[in-house]
Design a protein around this ligand. Structure first.
Ligand SMILES: [Zn+2]
Length: 450
């Protein structure tokens, strides 16, 4: 049965304020009202969400969110959906970026379109089940191994997007690799990919033998097709790697402020303070956004170090303070570039809080924005957020505060997108019950205020 509207009471909105309760109404897939309640409401007609199975949830018009947190659907601005879950086929003994690239390339030709499509579907639906509404995925397109091998990934990606379209949105940015000797082949391939539905120009200029030419070519493509640019940038421990500087020049020259994104920026963290500050100021000036990928950087970087091992994570706090948009994202999931992860943005938030030293009470809200509104702005998602008139895409999480979201990474999540509930996961722990003496009762869990 389809229902034409939902009224949800006792909603917490940690991005708005961490104390009050709200009533949120939805009609025709859009938020129609978000109103602060005077108090926690006890209602016999609203059904407690924690007690509903998925089928009951789908038909419930009156819901009691029981003080749980609602966030706008996460935006994971940097993933590699085509590689996700490939670890059983491709290992990485040294844990270095170089071995990951070499090993993946050695088996890439053996992955059929169907296998790649299946991995994208699995990875994107998992991410959606944890609360992601929009994903931006880079794609491996090794044209030098054969145009058909590269095009197979593009086709798999476009087909997978159609399959999961009812649950979430995906943007694709293939990692175009500039090679002077094969410029024509690469340009033809990239042009076709952009014509048939690819969203933007990706790349990794710091891995190119000629980073300058690589950046110039990326912007030539992007401007010709009027597409945004999102580049793997300076994913290296070496402080002399500074392609970000040339990236800034191009973004400025072609008026790409707000449409250019730099992922990783590892070398920035290895540089001298003055130099890092200069480049951060340039990024702010040119309107280049940053995406930090803490899990993968912690895994792949610093592999040559002994003792004081560099962590590779970029200067998140300094970038934010300079006014650069900084999102946190997944990068790789269970592949040779990163054996862990599950596409859960809260996990990325927790990694960011550790790696960027952002765990003060006031930092938690920033970390949550790095998973939601900031990547929404970076990826150009319009009408984003829990506000009247916007599409209702949100996740309800079994936590009562912003801090508890990162403390508990709650398993209980209810996801709504595209005018319907798309996923629900409940979790209750039962088992040993300790008989506590009265006087030793533990302090109450955070209780509703107001
Ligand atoms: Zn990446």
């Amino acid at each position: 049965m389809m229902i034409d509207g939902i009224e949800a009471i006792n909603v917490r909105l940690p991005l708005l304020d961490d104390k009050g309760f709200y009533t949120v109404t939805i009609r025709d897939g859009k938020f129609t009202a978000v109103e602060r309640q005077e108090n926690f409401i006890v209602s016999p007609v609203h059904k407690p969400i924690g007690q509903l199975g998925f089928e009951e949830l789908k038909t419930a018009a009156w819901l009691d969110m029981e003080g749980k947190a609602m966030l706008p659907g996460f935006v994971d601005a940097h993933m590699h959906l085509d590689k996700a879950y490939s670890l059983p086929w491709v290992r990485n003994r040294t844990g270095t970026l170089l071995e990951a690239i070499v090993n993946y390339r050695s088996v890439a030709p053996s992955f059929t379109k169907e296998v790649i499509r299946e991995r994208i579907v699995k990875a994107s639906l998992r991410a959606a089940s944890y609360g992601s509404a929009v994903l931006r995925s880079h794609l491996d397109v090794p044209v030098h191994l054969g145009r058909d091998i590269a095009m197979r990934t593009i086709e798999a990606a476009l087909e997978a997007r159609e399959i999961v379209n009812g649950a979430l949105d995906i943007q694709y940015f293939p990692i175009f690799y500039f090679d002077q000797a094969k410029e024509r082949e690469w340009t033809d391939f990239a042009a076709e990919a952009l014509r048939i539905g690819i969203d933007g120009v990706g790349g990794a200029p710091h891995l190119s033998p000629d980073p300058q030419a690589s950046l110039a070519w990326a912007f030539k493509l992007a401007t010709a097709f009027d597409k945004p640019v999102d580049l793997h940038t300076d994913e290296s421990d070496d402080p002399s790697v500074k392609t970000i500087e040339v990236y800034c020049e191009h973004a400025e020259r072609f008026g790409y402020a707000g449409r250019a994104t730099a992922g990783h920026l590892c070398s920035l963290s290895a540089m001298e303070q003055d130099e890092a500050e200069r480049l951060i100021a340039r990024m702010a000036e040119c309107g280049i956004a940053a995406v930090t990928l803490p899990a993968v950087n912690l895994y792949l970087q610093g592999r040559g170090d002994r003792g004081n091992v560099r962590r590779g994570v970029t200067r998140v706090r300094e970038l934010l303070e300079a006014g650069v948009l900084v999102a946190a994202a997944s990068d790789n999931i269970q592949d040779p570039f990163h054996p862990f992860g599950r596409g859960d943005m809260l996990q990325n938030g927790l990694m960011t809080a550790y790696a960027a030293h952002m765990a003060r009470e006031e930092d938690i809200g920033t970390v949550l924005r790095m998973l939601t509104s900031i990547p929404a702005a970076i990826t150009g998602v319009a009408d984003y957020g829990i506000a009247p008139g916007n599409p209702a895409r949100f996740v309800v999480l079994d936590a009562v505060s912003a801090e508890e979201l990162l403390q508990e990474l709650p398993a209980g999540r209810w996801v709504y997108n595209k005018a319907k509930w798309t996923f629900a996961s409940r979790f209750s722990r039962s088992g040993f019950e300790a008989a506590m003496p009265e006087e030793a009762a533990s302090p109450p869990r955070a209780v509703p205020t107001d």
